[in-house]
Ligand binder design. Structure first.
Ligand code: AVJ
Length: 369
């Protein structure tokens, strides 16, 4: 089967452009914890005596990662319009707040995606099976992947996420619930150069990138991410990805500025996380949450607005903010379906199947290598 098939609408076949694919040139970079946090499936101890050269190397690489994050933060804060990458939302408290967001009445993406996955489970399994290795990017609490673990019964699960400890715990629960499936946690910032552990089999990989997280990247970055994902797959591999589609602005604004203020807490919490990574002295009381929709870019933006003149300091640096000045913390692109299918084609995915909800608010796409 070639081209694109959809359950409801017909979608024109997306052309394939010849684009060089990235090949195994990634350097493993990980964040906060060890490069690879492995549960059970590997014999290497997670923490070992300082004499162990492997553990010293890991420690060194953690420090390097920490320094890279600090550099990134300092650079972002010194931009004319200050910015903080959305990955800084996800410390322990941020992960918990995000879980709360997914259950808010206004936040439709998680439950819409789940409804699509439930309704078309059979058809999806037919498109995806067999799957040997199920790899989830941004695995978080590993809740979304449970359905796939049940229906595809892969031999191995690999969860990748920037929030190391949160991930390690949820992967452990998954492994208990889905024995004999092996499950491992890889703590990595997959927005940077990174690689899977070398012993993850390349054959029969299914990459799962749900939740419309690809929307955090602007079109160029997203295109590069998709090409990198393609590079993780052999010719028998595939990607199952969820994307949030354009829709009326009121719906979008409500989803990113909920009545209970959970998204506001989630947004300000980034400052707390930045304080702990950078050693800065943001006072959360000084900042107000703001959600905007930029129609021309088709993206929701989150910002933090200074409620008064603020001076923020960190080791060897500071920035003054005027009252009303903002820090840009997130973009959440709502790619039109046709545009996104084109990006998948350019990244080297040849066959696509699309499932959507009745309102066409959200799409789940199976893209075969
Ligand atoms: C996890 C990136 C998909 O953009 O909707 C939720 C994050 N930000 N509420 C999104 C988020 C504010 C979420 N993603």
């Amino acid at each position: 089967m070639d081209g694109v098939s959809m359950p409801e609408n017909q979608f024109p076949r997306a052309g394939r452009l010849p684009l060089p694919l990235p090949s195994g040139r990634f350097v493993q970079r990980s964040i906060a914890r060890a490069c690879r946090q492995t549960l059970q499936t590997e014999s290497e101890p997670a923490v070992s005596a300082p004499k162990n050269p492997g553990s010293r190397r890991r420690l060194e690489s953690q420090r390097e990662t920490q320094r890279a994050l600090q550099r990134e933060l300092r650079q972002g804060l010194m931009q004319p319009v200050a910015q903080i990458s959305p990955k800084f939302f996800y410390d322990e408290r941020g992960c918990a707040l995000f879980e709360q967001i997914t259950r808010l009445p206004e936040y439709y993406p998680t439950r819409t995606e789940d409804a699509i996955m439930a309704r078309y489970e059979q058809a999806m399994v037919e498109a995806m099976a067999p799957c040997q290795v199920l790899i989830e990017l941004g695995a978080g609490n590993c809740e979304k992947v449970r359905r796939l673990c049940r229906s595809l019964a892969p031999r191995q699960f690999v969860g990748v996420d920037i929030a190391a400890d949160f991930l390690a715990r949820s992967v452990q629960r998954l492994e208990q619930d889905f024995a004999p499936m092996a499950a491992r946690a890889v703590a990595a910032d997959f927005t940077q150069d990174w690689a899977l552990p070398a012993d993850v089999p390349r054959a029969g990989r299914l990459l799962f990138y749900p939740g419309s997280s690809i929307g955090n990247f602007d079109p160029d970055q997203a295109q590069r991410m998709l090409a990198r994902m393609r590079g993780l797959l052999g010719d028998d591999g595939a990607l199952l990805i969820g994307i949030d589609l354009p829709k009326p602005r009121e719906v979008l604004i409500a989803a990113y500025d909920d009545a209970q203020g959970v998204t506001a807490a989630f947004n300000s919490n980034a400052l707390q996380h930045v304080n702990s990574v950078l050693g800065s002295d943001f006072d959360l009381q000084d900042w107000a949450h703001e959600a905007r929709f930029d129609t021309s870019c088709s993206r929701v933006e989150m910002h933090l607005r200074a409620l008064r003149p603020v001076i923020v300091g960190w080791p060897q640096g500071l920035r003054q903010f005027a009252e009303g000045e903002t820090i840009h913390t997130e973009n959440s692109y709502k790619y039109p379906l046709g545009e996104f299918l084109g990006m998948l084609s350019r990244a080297g995915f040849d066959r696509k199947r699309v499932w959507t909800d009745a309102q066409n608010w959200y799409a789940v796409i199976h893209a075969h290598a």
